[in-house]
Design a protein around this ligand. Structure first.
Ligand code: ADP
Ligand code: ASP
Ligand code: MG
Length: 438
């Protein structure tokens, strides 16, 4: 019998009804021996995710605001699930411990991780699987970077001892200090991929609330077409640029091991979902795989005559960003100008400092700043090979009366990146989607 690693996201573990669906899925798939779970997510619009509630507790505790009432909301959510399903786990002592640590100044990462911890404890009991904590198995260095190989050894050694296990997603621990460390938000997808690799899974099933990856965000385009197959690289481009269905870093571990990812819908398990696999392993004659985008970005443009002749200009520009700890997304260049495209959240209150450093170190003729730019990625393995693909995008936007602020065909040649003013973000995605699908 093969082995599958299954990851269930926040909406799939949000309440007792959802957990009942998980049990049905597992019963229908006996190979699903390793299960990674998120913290309970939203049950309905306007509901709160447990992770957000825990982080709110931490913010309140740091400001000396009493947290007991808010923490009770979290306890109530887990107790309701436990009662609904008749699960016999003593969570009271866990709550006490977490509350005590909150009041004693625990770290943000520790508290963020407790949603997954409690969730996995409950679900392990419900499914009759072993609970295996990822603390001490998913390992990070002192700078918070994942230690991929050491994680793989530790996880596979431990999981070899368990025929069936439920593991909490989202966190691991620092190898040296043993302190809890979380991935960025949505990181249970990465935990699932690490577990899939460690157990040599035949497939990594990622169960969520949509029937796979859609060609565009369903909140922007009405009923977008589903994607049956997509390559790891295309998926990574889309998820990095905002197709939030899968964390962009979830691709690396499984891609390395050649394990396909199957995105499935817990609420419609009969749907086949999306298979993400090595490029070229499926017949693909479509031009466009998907469109994603995010905002806001800030574009800083630097003008200087004869810039192209000044050796080291780009390096000095990027050194400013490096020294200030800012990462950038793109640097489109011309002969006398260069722009850096930076996610606005990276700049926060550092914009003035960046501009001063640019002035002092680069002596430009002029610098301009445009904020509120949205970046859109049009992704498809066939894009670069097809004459007229870029023209299709630009004419769709022209017909919709949208001005393109930046256009860049990625070197990976599977994407075209464009910048538009923020108010044009959603209309631009819809116009491009229509041009390729209608
Ligand atoms: P989970 O809690 O299961 O990890 P997420 O909320 O992280 O689920 O991801 C699923 C959501 O991603 C969907 O509900 C959908 O709103 C959103 N989404 C954004 N872009 C896309 C896309 N291109 N295809 C499918 N879903 C998308
Ligand atoms: N619970 C975490 C979050 O809300 C991690 C996850 O769900 O993947 O981001
Ligand atoms: Mg997610």
């Amino acid at each position: 019998m093969g082995v599958k690693a299954l990851k269930f996201g926040g909406s799939s573990v949000a309440d007792g009804i959802q957990l009942g669906k998980i049990r049905d899925i597992i019963e229908a798939e006996p190979e699903g021996r390793y299960v990674v779970v998120s913290a309970p997510g939203k049950r309905f619009d306007g509901d709160s995710k447990i992770t957000d509630l825990l982080l709110m507790c931490k913010a309140q505790a740091d400001s000396n605001i009493p947290i007991e009432q808010l923490f009770q909301v979290i306890e109530d959510r887990y107790n309701a699930i436990s009662m609904q399903l008749g699960i016999d786990v003593d969570l009271e002592s866990e709550y006490k411990e977490i509350l005590k640590n909150l009041n004693n100044g625990c770290s943000r990462d520790y508290i963020a991780s407790r949603g997954e911890y409690l969730s996995a404890r409950l679900i392990a009991e419900y499914l009759g699987y072993d609970f295996v904590d990822t603390c001490g198995l998913i390992l990070f260095d002192n700078k918070g970077r994942l230690l991929s190989e050491e994680t793989n050894s530790a996880l596979s050694e431990e999981l070899a001892k368990h025929d069936h296990a439920v593991l909490p997603g989202f966190y691991g621990s620092c190898k040296d200090s043993g302190e809890i460390k979380v991935f960025s938000r949505g990181g249970s997808d990465v935990s699932g991929a690490l577990v899939a690799r460690a157990v040599g899974a035949d497939i990594y099933e990622n169960w969520t609330d949509v029937s796979g990856l859609l060609m565009a965000d369903p909140r922007v385009v009405k009923d977008p077409l589903p994607i049956g197959y997509i390559s790891y690289l295309e998926l990574r481009e889309l998820s990095y640029m905002g197709a939030s269905v899968l964390h962009e870093d979830a691709v690396f571990p499984v891609r390395q091991a050649g394990i396909p990812i199957n995105i499935r819908n817990t609420n419609a398990p009969e749907d086949p979902g999306t298979i993400i696999t090595t490029e070229g392993t499926y017949r693909d004659d479509r031009l466009l795989s998907g469109i994603a985008g995010k905002q806001p970005f800030t574009v800083i443009s630097i003008y200087k005559n004869m810039m192209n002749k000044e050796v080291g200009f780009v390096r000095r520009t990027l050194a400013v960003l490096e020294d200030l700890g800012i990462s950038f997304d793109h640097i489109p260049t011309g002969i006398d100008s260069l722009s850096v495209v930076i996610e606005s959240s990276e700049l926060e209150d550092k914009l003035d400092e960046v501009l001063t450093e640019f002035e002092q170190r680069l002596h430009p003729d002029e610098i301009s700043v445009v904020s509120d730019i949205a970046m859109i990625a049009v992704v498809g393995a066939g894009l670069s090979k097809t004459i007229g693909a870029a023209a299709k995008i630009t004419s769709a936007l022209r017909d919709a009366g949208i001005n393109i602020r930046m256009l860049n065909q990625g070197i990976s040649e599977i994407n075209v990146i464009l910048g538009v003013d923020s108010p044009d973000f959603e209309p631009a995605i819809r116009a491009i989607y229509d041009a390729f699908t209608k």
